[in-house]
Structures are given as structure tokens and as C-alpha cells.
Design a protein around this ligand. Sequence first.
Ligand code: F6R
Length: 298
Amino acid sequence: MGGMGGSAISGDVVRDVFNGVDFSIETIREYDLPRYARPEDTLFVAISYSGNTEETLSIFDQALERGLNIISITSGGRLAEISRQKGLPLITIPSGYPPRGALGWLFGALVMVLERAGLLEGVADSLHKTARFLKDIAGELEGEDTISIDFANKFYRRLPIIYVPSDMMSVALRWQAQINENAKQLAHINVLPEMNHNEINGIKHPADIVERSWVVFLKDRDTHPRILKRIEITRQIIEEDVLGADEVESRGESRMERIFYLIWLGDFVSYYLAVYNGEDPIAIPRISHLKDALKREG
Ligand code: F6R
């Protein structure tokens, strides 16, 4: 998969939801296609909500040159145009959302592609069940006296730190990106067990920042038992240095539901944090400014 930002994350989520499959799902956030991508064993999915992201168009061009099997997912733009011109498979999704607000569309399209390619099974049913589950649970995440508001309060004027087991990296990335883009706030993320081998030592300085950090460990009922133990001990070790630390376990039946529960929680937290910060959660002026400047300068 080649993509950036709110489009690319859909590939990471697919990788984490289907973490037991016997093929690798990789998201390339880059201008260049890796040398090892070969036509014999690669299905390349170009994914750009706008269809105009320059890194994605560059890697898409290279995939074309290298003769890979290509499918594009987009709401329009150059990606749709070129795919049509070349008669390549193209999935168009509705336009008008911020890319990060189209995660459901992008994820759904991507998993359907993998099912059609014979790599996954029973996907439509899982998608329907997950959509129903999220609808049912929305009331618990939205509004007063919710866990979302609780975390927005804990993160307000502080540094949010989110730790996840490595097989849920997409969830941490999504929390970080949503806090960055919606709330215009910094957030730090890392994975266990790796952070136990380095970062745990660094949660001391700069003391004024560490003292104003709020840590959340996200976990799942299938998280490796040794990682659960590591979370427990890590929390005890760092608790006196940081302002606070919490653990949140995913909810839902299937892994898809559980991953999306945590993603949705982060989405709501970032929305309430945007409100507290007095920021418009939809606007992304700096990203637009940068893209415009790059376009102007050629
Ligand atoms: C998310 C967002 C960005 C874009 C990224 C790539 O809402 O605005 O992270 O997703 O700049 O653009 P697209 O997704 O159009 O390829």
C-alpha cells in the first residue's frame, strides 16, 4: 500500500486487524517504492483520499513502471484520472470528507480488495457487525460524563503519551494523528515491549514536561500475557514521575470491533480536546499551507 496521513492509516489498521494472516501488509509512506516490490508477489494499492498527494502519485508511477498489479482507492483527483486513462482497477469513494474522516470508507474498500484478491474471507459480514457495534456504543463515547471527556480533560494543557502493544500500532498512530490534526496538539506514542528497552528510562527529563504528561496504555484481551505484565510494571515505575497513567482495554467481540472501539475513543477524545483548545477540528491550515507552498515552488 502506498499512501500518506489519513489515507495511509487505513493500511495500518488493516494490518493490525488481520494480524494473523500469512502474507505481509505494508504501508509505504514515501516517494519511492522499495526495491523488493516485485510483480510476482505484490499487489500494490495506491490509496489517496484526495487523489492528489504527491508522495502517493510518485510511488504509484513507480509501481506502474515496475509492472506491479495495481488497484487505486480514491475519491478523485489525479489518481482517479490516471487510473481511468490506463484502464486500471479503481475504487472511488464519496468525496467531501476530511481524509481522516473517511477511515471507514478507506478501510472498507481496502479489505474488500483483499477479499476479492482471495486473501481474506467473510469481510463484508465483519464490516456490517463492526458498523452496528460502533453505532450501539456511540452513546457511551459521545457527550457529558463519558470516558472521552475524561481523557480530553486529562490531556488538556498536557502532553498525552499513548502506549500500545506493537500489534496495535495503528491505534496509537491514529490517536496521535487525530490529536495533532483535530486538536492541534502534540502527542507522543510508542509500543511495548520495545519502549521497555529504552524509553522507560527517558521518562524523567525534561522534568517540567514529564510532570505534565498523562499516559494511557491501550490494550486488548488478546494482548500477549507478558505484555500485560509489562504494562502493569511499567505503570508502577513511571507513575511517580508523570502526572497520571491509565489503562484502557478494548471492547467488542471481533478484533475488528475491538480495534475500532479504541480508534473511535481516540477520535472522540481528539474532538473534545479540540473544543477545549478552542480549535476547529476540521481545519488543517498548516497542512494546506505546506501543500500549497510545495505546489507553488514546483
Ligand atoms: C487527514 C489529512 C491528511 C491527509 C494527507 C494525505 O485528514 O488531511 O493527513 O490524509 O495529507 O492526503 P490524502 O489522504 O488526500 O492522500
